[in-house]
Write a protein that binds this ligand. Structure first.
Ligand code: PLP
Length: 377
């Protein structure tokens, strides 16, 4: 079985597993109970992990907060900006190709008095910077544009977007779930104010993530979303997932995907070339744009791509986002990029990772082409 669904989730790297074992077996204290030696040790692991993550992104450790994953980080950030900045306004700007965690949160807020502007994307999946600039008003409290799209790998011009938001004195949130661990991140150069992230897309464990919140220029001090104990400086209650936090820090610091990006890209490009050579009118969604190295969203014309899954038992891939893959509706990302409903339904996503090998290209392509020809006949 060749695993090609690394954007849905990754296996946990052996170094990450090794880093977590002592926390389960010996240093298992509750990090909130620092009056006993076990709790103190656990708290030290948490703070060392926070420092390690902060160093990787050139920020300070008091700007990093731990959550259960990117979905929670996104919900916390967007809902609390809406509540905390109500005196400034109720307007949020968001791109139409965000992850459902963002779009569903915005739909929820819209029912609760928020005004949302949804930005279009072009056929390459990019927003229009002039449209963005024009959409920001004195009532705009937040702009939300993801760094790298989970379905197509399209990378937005995040530094330019951040500059526009700063010049307009509007907070900028960028969902970096699919960017962290894949490319170098320096948050002094790229002036994102709020950045949700997750561990399980980068060879870390599931159920752990976090959010970066800038402390200076501007100071982002979102109030608590989950109430209870005083963990995370009283801003996110609940016993800390210490093994998860340690494993996530190891995964971010290890940058396993980044370190193998050349080989992964070679495999991705080879698969794409072979498919385009062998399947008439096949196309790569977002192929003309700046894309992350590990994703390929392939349009195989005039089929229902969902049927490909059963016809390729030796390949594990998905149609798009893990959250929507069971639904038979076309991908909102592809439709917004100008694909017809039929073209979107004919598309599938391969996402490669560090355990794939270049010599798998032929088997991947042979399997896909055979299945495609069967469906067409
Ligand atoms: N944002 C993006 C871009 C994603 O790809 C995902 C994962 O599907 C999420 C958010 C949600 O992440 P999590 O599974 O950590 O809640």
């Amino acid at each position: 079985m060749i695993y090609l669904d690394y954007n849905a989730t990754t296996p946990v790297h052996e170094n990450v597993i090794s880093s977590m074992i002592p926390i389960y077996s010996t240093d298992y204290g509750n990090a909130s109970n620092i009056h006993n030696v076990f709790g103190l040790r656990a708290a030290k692991h948490v703070e060392a992990s926070r420092r390690l993550i902060a160093e990787n992104w050139n920020v300070t450790e008091n700007e990093i907060f731990f959550t259960s994953g990117a979905t929670e980080s996104i919900n916390w950030s967007i809902k609390q900006v809406f509540r905390d900045y109500a005196s400034k306004g109720n307007h949020i700007v968001v791109s139409k190709t965000e992850h459902k965690a963002v779009l569903s949160t915005c739909e929820y807020l819209e029912k609760n008095g928020a005004e949302i502007t949804y930005l279009n994307v072009d056929e390459n999946g990019h927003i229009n910077l002039i449209e963005l600039e024009n959409s920001i008003t004195d009532k705009t409290i937040l702009v939300v544009i993801m760094w790298c799209n989970n379905e197509t790998g399209v990378i937005q011009p995040i530094s330019e977007i951040a500059n526009i938001c700063h010049n307009k004195q509007t907070l900028f949130l960028s969902d970096a779930t699919q960017m962290v661990g894949k490319e170098k991140i320096d948050l002094q150069e790229t002036r994102i104010d709020i950045m949700p992230f997750s561990a399980h897309k980068i060879y870390g464990p599931k159920g752990i993530g976090g959010v970066y919140m800038r402390r200076k220029n501007p100071r982002v001090m979102l109030s608590s979303f989950i109430h209870g104990g005083s963990q995370e400086k009283g801003r996110r209650a609940g016993t800390l997932n210490v093994p998860g936090i340690v494993g996530m820090a190891k995964a971010i610091d290890g940058a396993y995907a980044f370190n193998r990006s050349k080989e992964i890209k070679m495999l991705r490009d080879k698969v794409e070339k072979l498919i385009l050579d062998q399947v008439k009118n096949a196309d790569i969604n977002g192929g003309g744009s700046n894309r992350i190295f590990n994703v390929s969203n392939i349009l195989l014309p005039n089929i229902v791509a969902e049927k490909m899954v059963a016809l390729c038992p030796n390949l594990a891939f998905s149609l798009g986002s893990a959250c929507t893959s069971e639904r038979k509706t076309p991908s909102h990302v592809l439709v917004e990029m100008g694909r017809s409903k039929e073209e979107a339904i004919s598309s599938l996503r391969l996402s490669f990772g560090i355990y794939n090998r270049i010599d798998e290209a032929q088997e991947i392509v042979d399997t896909l082409v055979k299945a495609y020809n069967k469906l067409k006949s």
